[in-house]
Design a protein around this ligand. Structure first.
Ligand code: C2E
Ligand code: MG
Ligand code: MG
Ligand code: MG
Length: 285
């Protein structure tokens, strides 16, 4: 009896394993096609000054408009793209499109003129030998001034060879772009790299921001991170700001910028353009 049950359970397990594996394979094939056939979209989320409320940056966030599955969030396909190497062509497309769009906004709107565009760079992309030349090429083709691009890297870079990583970050900095550490506090446990890396911004992860008002320890960590960042002359952006209370606490603690649903969800390019034009209209009238 027990034996049969075990066998049935195994069969079921095997089937769901193969289902998942074949879904993955299908997604991988579809993603390859999607990159070449214009199914990727960028949404843009404003990053605002907590003092003035002005839009200082926009983070480009990729989505996949799948003909059958609808709009797929990055959590569903970025990991597959990273495993298969498709992150390389995908990442190139994101960079090209984000820089082109940022250049366009800087020319057509006042609020967009000083805005910086943030682009996520995966570790595998960063490891490419020609990544610095690639980025220089994209900047040149788009006409976007390098100081208007901020590359978001993650703490997982610290697991790579430290010397190579530092050298490459300096090469990127030499192009004139800004560098941010994304999801700060969730990854590598040593912070010593902060002093050795040529960084501009720390992005405090949403998991800390979420606990404001609920867990004093989380607030203490945020305050410590902000104090450290200020000592190192880094700009601090807080991610996942959803309530006015969180915003106020973060502003008082010295966070320069905020990003989150309180200000705006990520928007389509068209909706973001409209928001920039509305802001221009308000500030000029
Ligand atoms: P991330 O870079 O940390 O981006 C912020 C994520 O937090 C976005 O999710 C954004 O929609 C979400 N978010 C922003 N404000 C709030 C809030 O107030 N509440 C909540 N609950 N969420 C908020 P999204 O767009 O689903 O992207 C998830 C992750 O996928 C990104 O996290 C990033 O790691 C990755 N990703 C997105 N686009 C790209 C890309 O072009 N290249 C690479 N390599 N990774 C990307
Ligand atoms: Mg990011
Ligand atoms: Mg982030
Ligand atoms: Mg995040």
């Amino acid at each position: 009896q027990a034996k049969t049950g075990g066998k049935a359970a195994t069969a079921l397990f095997d089937r769901s394993m193969t289902d998942r594996a074949s879904e993955r394979m299908e997604l991988e094939g579809d993603l390859r096609w999607a990159i070449d056939h214009g199914q990727l979209r960028l949404h843009y989320q404003p990053i605002v000054s907590l003092e003035s409320g002005r839009i200082r940056e926009a983070e480009a966030l990729v989505r996949w408009e799948h003909p059958k599955r609808g709009l797929i969030p990055p959590a569903k396909f970025i990991p597959i793209a990273e495993e298969t190497g498709l992150i390389i062509p995908l990442g190139k497309w994101v960079l090209e499109e984000a820089c082109r769009q940022a250049r366009d906004w800087s020319e057509t709107t006042k609020e967009g003129a000083a805005m910086i565009i943030g682009v996520n760079l995966s570790t595998r992309q960063f490891q490419q030998n020609d990544i610095v030349d690639d980025i220089a090429g994209v900047l040149g083709r788009s006409g976007l001034p390098p100081a208007h691009l901020k590359l978001e890297i993650t703490e997982s870079l610290m697991a790579l060879s430290p010397d190579d990583t530092v050298a490459k970050l300096h090469d990127l900095k030499a192009l004139g772009v800004h560098l941010a550490v994304d999801d700060f506090g969730t990854g590598y446990s040593s912070m010593s790299y902060l002093a050795n890396f040529p960084l501009d911004t720390l992005k405090i992860d949403r998991s800390f921001v979420q606990r404001i008002g609920e867990q004093p320890e989380a607030e203490a960590i945020i305050q410590a991170v902000i104090t450290l960042a200020k000592t190192l002359n880094l700009c601090v952006t807080s991610e996942g700001v959803e309530t006015a209370e969180q915003k106020e606490v973060l502003r008082k603690m010295g966070s320069d910028r905020g990003q989150g649903y309180l200000f705006s969800r990520p928007l389509t390019a068209a909706a973001f353009s409209e928001m920039l034009s509305d802001r221009d209209a308000v500030s000029s009238g």
